[in-house]
Design a protein around this ligand. Structure first.
Ligand SMILES: *C/C=C(C)/C=C/C=C(C)/C=C/C1=C(C)CCCC1(C)C
Length: 242
């Protein structure tokens, strides 16, 4: 704890007044920390069958919050994009977001295969993305395409595939609208990330359009919106649907 406070004070003095990207690392850290406290406490107030979903929502924001703590540090001491921490965060939190889909559809007959399929797609998406951003930077186009296939698999499941069919087959309007909201997060909120990838310096297709530093800004806002938003959708479903 002491270390945490000391280093915060030290780092604070390193955040310059016009470092807006740096600000969003701090805001992301604190917003996701606060969201975790909210989800963990509200977990006590919801019906038993929603408690696991609320716990997972809190774990997603908590894991992200810890990574943002480190990412602020990398940003402020080196000025570089904290790529490793981002991907470690994503490889933990994206599968947990798939768990959220599975949990809300479980009551309507979702089988564990659906969860493994979605986790499999997210691993393809994230491992390929990481390789394209790091070890195989000069082949980033092909790795980006492989990654996009994984993303397309997730999109297929939630918009057209078995997840979608289970949700439409349910007789609960609260569940259907929560499922719809989560599907929009995946389609629109998650589309931010491939844009960031296409802006990486060496041969990214958008490198002359979007400055990489600004992509950190967009990633940071995207993470907070997607992770806290996902949790809030689950929370309001839990409150509405008994
Ligand atoms: C909380 C973190 C989330 C929701 C992260 C999501 C990340 C993605 C949807 C990343 C997707 C990518 C592609 C579709 C292609 C290029 C490489 C990635 C990994 C940026």
């Amino acid at each position: 704890m002491e270390l945490l406070f000391n280093s915060s004070i030290f780092l604070f003095s390193g955040l310059s007044a016009n470092d807006y990207v740096g600000f969003t690392f701090f805001i992301g850290y604190m917003a996701m920390f606060a969201a975790s406290v909210f989800f963990f406490f509200e977990r006590q107030t919801v019906e038993g069958k929603w408690k696991t979903s609320l716990l997972i929502a809190g774990l997603i924001t908590m894991i992200a919050s810890v990574h943002y703590y480190y990412m602020r540090d990398v940003w402020m001491t080196t000025g570089a994009s904290p790529t490793q921490f981002r991907y470690i965060d994503w490889i933990l939190t994206v599968p947990l977001m798939c768990v959220e889909f599975y949990l809300i559809l479980k009551a309507f007959g979702a089988k564990i295969d659906l969860l493994w399929k979605m986790i499999g797609y997210s691993l393809i998406m994230l491992v390929a993305g990481y390789l394209g951003e790091t070890a195989f930077r000069n082949q980033s186009v092909i790795w980006g395409i492989i990654s996009t296939l994984g993303y397309a698999g997730i999109l297929y499941e939630v918009w057209l595939g078995s997840a979608r069919k289970l949700a439409s087959g349910s007789n609960d309007p609260a569940l259907q609208s929560a499922f719809k909201a989560l599907s929009w997060f995946v389609l629109v909120g998650w589309a931010i990330y491939p844009l960031g990838y296409m802006a990486i310096e060496t041969d990214g297709w958008l490198r002359n359009v979007i400055d990489v530093r600004n992509m950190d800004l967009i990633y940071n806002i995207g993470d907070a919106v997607n992770k806290i938003g996902f949790g809030l959708v689950i929370y309001s479903l839990a409150v509405k649907s008994k």
